[in-house]
Design a protein around this ligand. Structure first.
Ligand code: GTP
Ligand code: MG
Length: 227
């Protein structure tokens, strides 16, 4: 509580971000605790699922907290004045948890389970699986807030959760790599080619899910083949 009140109520001119500040470090620690809490909850659902259905709902989970430099870079890119208030209110992906599932249906099962998490507020959801981005990017995004205990007080802290299949992850990782290596600028030709590959990958995901539905009939919760 002390941190939040301190940060939010401090006078504007005393409220500038300084990554060398102890307050900044404490805030990043808060995000890291929130991220670990989501990771813990997610790992538990996979364990429960494995026990009931004898196979995995989730292939793996990866977590990261943005570096201070990357937080500042993003705020500058989005034209936010560098204040703690702006950071807390507008930057949703400081703590990130990525959940990689074997099949497309698993993604929606995970989404349903997260919606039911105790003490977890859903702030925003974006379904880029039903509606992929123009780039071809496909994934399910949720911004949640989980309580983190600090000095005996519970503080709700934001975490971005990205849920996708292994195939979607394969595409997103390579596309990011290709863009990154070209400083974010890729030709129209390359961009079209990437969209084509995303569509092929989506087809493969759908076909594999049909195959899985046939094989596991009665043994798994079958969800409609979205997309
Ligand atoms: P930003 O976080 O500033 O991008 O804002 P936003 O709220 O519009 O987020 P969005 O839901 O579009 O995307 C958030 C995150 O999803 C990014 O930081 C990436 O990790 C991932 N992402 C979004 N679009 C793409 C894409 O075209 N390619 C890849 N590889 N990843 C993407
Ligand atoms: Mg991001």
């Amino acid at each position: 509580m002390i941190i939040k009140i301190d940060i939010l109520l401090a006078e504007k001119n005393k409220n500038g971000l300084n990554i060398k500040d102890n307050k900044f470090g404490q805030l990043m620690h808060l995000y890291s605790l929130a991220m670990r809490e989501v990771e813990r909850k997610v790992n538990l659902i996979n364990e429960d699922y494995r026990e009931i259905y004898e196979h995995d709902l989730i292939n793996h989970v990866i977590c990261r907290v943005k570096t201070p430099q990357s937080v500042i870079k993003k705020m500058k890119r989005k034209n936010y004045e560098l204040t703690y208030k702006n950071l807390i209110e507008n930057i949703h992906d400081i703590a990130g948890v990525r959940i990689i599932c074997p099949f497309k249906a698993n993604v929606f099962e995970v989404v349903d389970i997260i919606r039911e998490f105790e003490n977890c507020k859903i702030i925003r959801e974006k379904d880029y699986i039903t509606n992929p981005k123009k780039t071809g990017y496909s994934s399910y995004h949720m911004i949640v807030e989980v309580p983190v205990e600090l000095d005996g007080t519970q503080l709700y802290t934001k975490v971005e959760i990205q849920i996708r299949t292994m195939a979607m992850d394969f595409w997103a990782t390579l596309e990011h790599e290709i863009k990154y290596k070209s400083n974010g600028k890729i030709s129209e030709k390359v961009s079209k080619e990437l969209v084509t590959y995303a569509k092929i990958i989506n087809k493969i995901d759908n076909r594999l899910m049909k195959m899985r539905n046939k094989r596991f009939k009665g043994k798994v919760k079958l969800i409609d083949n979205k997309n």
